[in-house]
Design a protein around this ligand. Structure first.
Ligand code: ADP
Ligand code: MG
Length: 254
């Protein structure tokens, strides 16, 4: 049974999508069978993996709201072993529509049960909010991976995320654990990045991954080419670090 990891932080722009795509690609390159679930209405993971959203007829919205089997919606990507459950802007309506649905917090969990056995890792790219889509993700997941951007205010709002995790543990998913904390967009030239790193390590200790993702232009260019950094520029520092992250994630499971 595949391990389900929600990549969450309600702050936008901290590297959730970048990490979903590139950790997913790294795990697939290591020979794992990987499904990335895009549950952000912006659908950046979907397009970042080279899928034209205009061609997507059914997306995760149909899985959550209309009981379409996930297997009918899942797409393969240019990387062997890496699949994606796409999202389009249609998903924006789901937050409101789910309010009416019975067991609304369990929709994603139930859907993923149908495909889980076909994968080693299922990564959920969460939206930048703590609404019902993120709660669905945390309810479906075995663990949460929290990307933290090495910027001012990095730790602000983290209390809210941890509180949401505790509420989900209490009422919906008592086995939910913290998979790890990933420092992103690190710039070693600034004191600020170093300070944020120290503070995050003090708080999360061994949960913080050894690898730190540097700020790297190639990483930010890759999505517009519809490719993970590992295929867009395999020699870049960004590619190297995401491959390292995949190794750490695999190593921690053992
Ligand atoms: P989120 O999904 O949390 O909103 P993204 O992964 O979309 O965050 O990242 C926000 C922006 O920062 C994107 O434009 C992305 O390309 C860029 N970005 C992410 N990681 C890096 C990095 N390591 N170096 C440079 N730019 C990055
Ligand atoms: Mg995103």
């Amino acid at each position: 049974m595949g391990r389900i990891i929600a990549i969450a932080n309600q702050k936008g722009g901290v590297g959730k999508t970048t990490t979903s795509i590139n950790l997913g690609a790294g795990l697939a390159m290591a020979g794992k069978r990987v499904l990335i679930i895009d549950i952000d209405p912006q659908g950046n993971t979907t397009s970042g993996l080279g899928i034209n959203k205009a061609d997507v007829k059914h997306c995760i919205y149909d899985v959550l709201i209309n009981d379409v089997p996930p297997a009918d919606v899942i797409r393969s990507t240019m990387i062997k072993g890496l699949h994606v459950l796409p999202a389009t802007i249609q998903l924006a309506g789901a937050e409101i529509e789910l309010v009416q649905v019975i067991s609304r917090e369990l929709r994603l969990k139930r859907a993923l049960q149908q495909v889980r056995e076909h994968y080693d890792y299922l990564l959920i790219d969460c939206p930048p909010s703590l609404g019902v889509l993120t709660v669905n993700s945390l309810t479906a997941a075995d663990s949460v991976l929290i990307p933290i951007q090495c910027e001012y205010y990095a730790l602000e709002g983290l209390g809210q995320l941890l509180n949401t995790i505790r509420i989900v543990q209490k009422h919906l998913n008592k086995h939910l654990e913290i998979e790890g904390v990933l420092l992103t967009m690190f710039d070693g030239r600034t004191n600020l990045s170093v300070q944020v790193m120290e503070e995050v390590k003090k708080y999360f200790q061994h949960k913080v991954y050894d690898v730190v993702i540097p700020r790297n232009v190639r990483v930010s260019e890759a999505p517009s080419h519809g490719k993970p950094i590992i295929t867009y520029d395999p020699r870049s520092k960004g590619a190297e670090c995401y491959i390292q992250l995949a190794k750490e994630v695999i190593g921690r499971e053992r």
